[in-house]
Design a protein around this ligand. Structure first.
Ligand SMILES: Cc1cc2nc3c(=O)[nH]c(=O)nc-3n(C[C@H](O)[C@H](O)[C@H](O)COP(=O)(O)O)c2cc1C
Length: 327
């Protein structure tokens, strides 16, 4: 079995394989994305959502979030709702080396929607249009959008997201990722893939990337078969299984416990190289617990992790996990 399509294009940029690592705030930072690239199977990585307001006031954390060396192609995702500020932030993202700029129209968090950004843009199509148009005019790079299926159920039932598709097309958007839940759903219920199929049927000039509830390699094949989407974006499933992209392309690929632990060790080395020490320790503790789920000795490792307060001892405990023993 081979994955139905080998690539799709976002403007002049080929995304090959047609698989995208979803942006996950506070998770898909530069070390995470580099690790995912090293594992392979991913055609595009996206930064975490970066607030355009924070970029404009030169907040250090936001500026550091733009780093994407070693990732090609690489999209930076902006959140905001003031067209002029999004235009300024898009220019900053371009200068920092982005290959394309994405606008977040999906974030359900109230600290983002309260100010009118993220999924709140789905309530105001004219403002959404001004935002994408300002970004498109500001930079000579493809501008893309990641959206939810609507603000609430009534918007979803009226399929208002299809009006957004037409607007994006007229404005010159170059790709659209759809997570077919409403903002009101947050992460409850299921992602309604039939809405992705309707977006594909609308026949836009840009590719449609399906997202939501792809938990296994088989789900990715099923999403393409059921919706006809041009690419598949995966978020949460890649946290516990970074090989999911390769397993979509190479069915039957199995990963041993030793390979999982080795990946965790090299990932932690990247974290130590790229992040500040306190941040690195925090990340290692958080990630160490997901990565060792289901691994023999993982329970014991996680207990030790609670009391480890320096990276070297975490790395030693990981090496020890490779020695044969039971939980
Ligand atoms: C912890 C977390 C952080 C997220 N951060 C972002 C973000 O920064 N930008 C964005 O567009 N979507 C964000 N999302 C949404 C995901 O990109 C994705 O649309 C959603 O998780 C559904 O895909 P999945 O079922 O493959 O995880 C986030 C989701 C989670 C769970």
């Amino acid at each position: 079995m081979t994955f139905p399509a080998s690539s799709f294009s976002i403007g002049p940029i080929q995304v090959q394989p047609p698989l995208v690592m979803a942006p996950l705030h506070e998770i898909t930072d530069q070390p995470f994305r580099r690790m995912i690239r090293q594992v392979g199977g991913v055609g595009l990585t996206v930064s975490e959502m970066i607030s355009c307001e924070a970029l404009i006031r030169h907040a250090r954390k936001a500026e550091r979030m733009m780093a994407g060396e070693g990732e090609r192609p690489y999209a930076m995702q902006l959140a905001g709702c003031v067209p002029a500020h999004l235009a300024d932030a898009a220019r900053m993202a371009r200068d920092a080396g982005a290959d394309m700029i994405d606008l977040n129209m999906g974030c359900p968090a109230s600290n983002v929607t309260r100010g009118g950004a993220g999924s709140a843009l789905l309530k105001d199509i004219r403002l959404a249009e001004s935002c994408v148009s300002a970004m498109i005019q500001a930079v000579d790079l493809p501008v893309t959008v990641k959206m939810r299926a609507g603000w609430d159920n009534s918007q979803k039932e009226k399929a208002e997201y299809l009006d957004f598709l037409k607007m994006f097309e007229a404005a010159g958007v170059k790709a659209l990722a759809i997570h077919p839940r409403t903002r009101a759903q947050q992460y409850e219920g299921h992602a309604d893939w039939s809405l992705i199929a309707r977006a594909v049927e609308a026949g836009t000039s840009f590719p449609i990337i399906g997202n939501g509830d792809v938990n296994t390699p088989e789900d990715a094949h099923r999403m393409v078969a059921e919706t006809g989407c041009h690419g598949v974006m995966i978020g949460r499933a890649a946290l516990s299984n970074p090989w999911i992209f390769r397993q979509i392309l190479e069915p039957g690929l199995e990963i041993s416990e030793a390979e999982r632990i080795d990946l965790c060790i090299s990932f932690f080395q990247l974290i130590l190289e790229l992040l500040e020490p306190r941040e690195a320790l925090h990340k290692m503790k958080k990630i160490g617990s997901w990565f060792t789920k289901g691994i023999r000795g993982g329970v014991h490792f996680r207990q030790k992790l609670q009391v480890c307060n320096d990276p070297a001892s975490i790395l030693r405990e990981l090496e020890a996990l490779k020695a044969p023993h039971g939980d």
